[in-house]
Design a protein around this ligand. Sequence first.
Ligand SMILES: Cc1cc2nc3c(=O)[nH]c(=O)nc-3n(C[C@H](O)[C@H](O)[C@H](O)COP(=O)(O)OP(=O)(O)OC[C@H]3O[C@@H](n4cnc5c(N)ncnc54)[C@H](O)[C@@H]3O)c2cc1C
Length: 274
Amino acid sequence: MNSPYQLIGERFESEQVQSVLAIYAAGSEAPLCEPGSGAVLGMMMFDIGWGIKRPVGGMQALSDALAACLRHHGGEARPASPVEQVLVDGAGRACGVRLEDGEELRARQVIGALDPYTLIGLIEYDLVPEQTRRELDVMRVNGWNVNNTKIDVALERRPDLLCERPELWGSYMLLGPGVDYVERAIATAMRGEIPTETPMSAMMPTSADRTQLPTGSGGDSLHLFCTSVPHELADGRRWADHRAGARGAGDRVRRGVRPRDPRRRDRLMGKKPR
Ligand SMILES: Cc1cc2nc3c(=O)[nH]c(=O)nc-3n(C[C@H](O)[C@H](O)[C@H](O)COP(=O)(O)OP(=O)(O)OC[C@H]3O[C@@H](n4cnc5c(N)ncnc54)[C@H](O)[C@@H]3O)c2cc1C
């Protein structure tokens, strides 16, 4: 399989289409020239063919429905009870968990729905089969130091769009001016620096689902997904000391929506980088 860079350059001529595809591919958390990662562009077919769907009420509605289903069948969900260790019996079989507060729960089956690195931290290392340990040792996660930032913005009113097509607020928008721009942002993130400009996608789920807003609100919620930020900062700097970097990305998007009427500049009520 080719790299996104090859696929985009070989098969598309329009600079606008190339730009959109590069922004989309940047979500793979690898440089555009990474061999084999062109497959990420295939996901776009699902977005277009099936559309992007969210539960009515927002993503929390899905977790709430799952918890309600569990309770309906006699189960109990304890979301504020972190597991400290998976307990193992003399035959090497998981037989329960110990919670951080010391409580022990015994069970016939233990299901770890965690990423493998976190799960392995909850098990006595010597009990993990050697083959599994070897596979985990060579698995690369964030190997290019490129990650994503999501920023949730609460807006008092719906902003105007620069292209004057308000219907686009109901769509999945990819924002960024060109392939070079995407490559620069990824290269900057790989060096452990926060890019001054990062490609991003924007969605406004409240344009389709007003149940996500407080009753009577005329506002909107805007989700910004910035695709090229460093996973770890260079020179031992900590993300906690650089919240301004994420806030800066949000501010740049605000400038992309036109404050035609200066009296409407109070649109932004709050934002929460993650
Ligand atoms: C930036 C980003 C963007 C993504 N975008 C998409 C997308 O657009 N579409 C898509 O389909 N997928 C997307 N994904 C992938 C998707 O989010 C994951 O595949 C999915 O969330 C995995 O679900 P999970 O339940 O297996 O694991 P998780 O969601 O990781 O759930 C594991 C849970 O275990 C909890 N936990 C951890 N340690 C403990 C402990 N010791 N005790 C108790 N609980 C613990 C965690 O808090 C967490 O709630 C994206 C992922 C990322 C990171």
